[in-house]
Write a protein of this length. Sequence first.
Length: 461
Amino acid sequence: MSVKAKLLLVIIALLVGFSTLLYSNHLSFLPGNSGSNGGGFRDTLNPQIVIQPDSFYVVIKPDTVLNFQMTFFNQGNDTLEFNILKTLPAADPVSLYDRSVEGSTLSSGIQTYIPGEAFDYTFSLYNGSPDNEWLDTLVVHFPEGVTLNYSTNFSGGSVGPLVFDGNTGNAVTASWNDENGGGGNILPDETAVALLNLSFDEVLDDTLRIPYEISGDVFGSGPHTVFDTLILSPENVWLITDPESGTLAPGEQKTVELYFNSGGIPIGYYNRVFYVATNDSSNLLYDIPVTLIVFPYNLTHTLTIPTGWSGISSYVLPFHPGFEDIFDTVSDRIQVIRNQNSMFWPEQQINTIGDWNTFEGYVVNATEPIQVKIPGLFEVSQTIFLEEGWHIMPVLTTQVASTFVLFRDVEELIDVVMEIGGDKVYWPSQKIYTLTHLEPGKAYYIRVTGDCSIYFPSPVE
């Protein structure tokens, strides 16, 4: 073998040996592609939030407070921080108001207030001057009923803060000034921020207008003073949380008390939402939807029963649920009332049904038209569960319900729906739809081919 050949073999052997060392389990110079913690190339610490429940359905009487609970779980491996918000924070305080004189504005991170309460507000003073004018003074005129309790300086300007003059009280005029005698402290495109604590009289119930003046040096073009108005709207206190924020160690859980308040809210159906801001990188902001129904659910439902056979039901939980109590004054005109398995037969003093069940419908035979008043509480649930087969279905809503809407999601399981004592039907397989609506107070025969749930419309939607 030639010298050149021997030298080439030595070089190849050295390269193979060096490669073996590089990928050896005992000596690794190159980082692996694995995402394991052992490599030290990626930080896997992260909190992980789980919220139960993550939505709420609240039926509440007017001027009432109801207490619910929500539990936070931290299933991650780092400390979880959370903050409950009733409104989303503004991403850009400069754009909160479509108001600008020569570009300079005063804005608030919160645009609402609660009568009778005190809150910390973050005010942002922005210099939007197009000609390099510096801001040196802010004057704010608080209206009657608004008390300035304290304030910090406006900090964030390159040259220094605008210093609070110390004026506090109700309907006070306060100012923040450049006290170093220069030509202003907040340069163009800079934002200075101050924390103000404001309290509001209980009698306030309207939009508050807070006039302000922003002044700059006089070296640029006019105007040198901005006159504008900050607006705060009254907030309806529909939700109070305790606590509003907190931290959870890994594996820890915390229960938050939620107080839903219907004070001042008109009777109606409301879709609302509150938010949970967290430091969980995969869930920085949770939306928690709330269906809020303000309804006087202590009420009386009047059933109108015709002569002959008909179906009856009610959306009211009776105060006195016994059939003898409900039909006491009309029992002489009732031949029989029955459900699928039992009966109420007044003449024979037979009652094998027991008490009235809101989630059942009943078949009644009356000798003449009658009306029956059922006082009680509104049935909160508008959902019934049906097993395969025949049922007498109640109507759990205060309004007429469209059969096309009601059965839309389960139509493949609906064999037939029929009036009791009538001839209208909802029969999808035969494309017969003479029964177009279900009426509160009535009941209907229904046959389903599989287990399903029927969701009736909310009471005041």
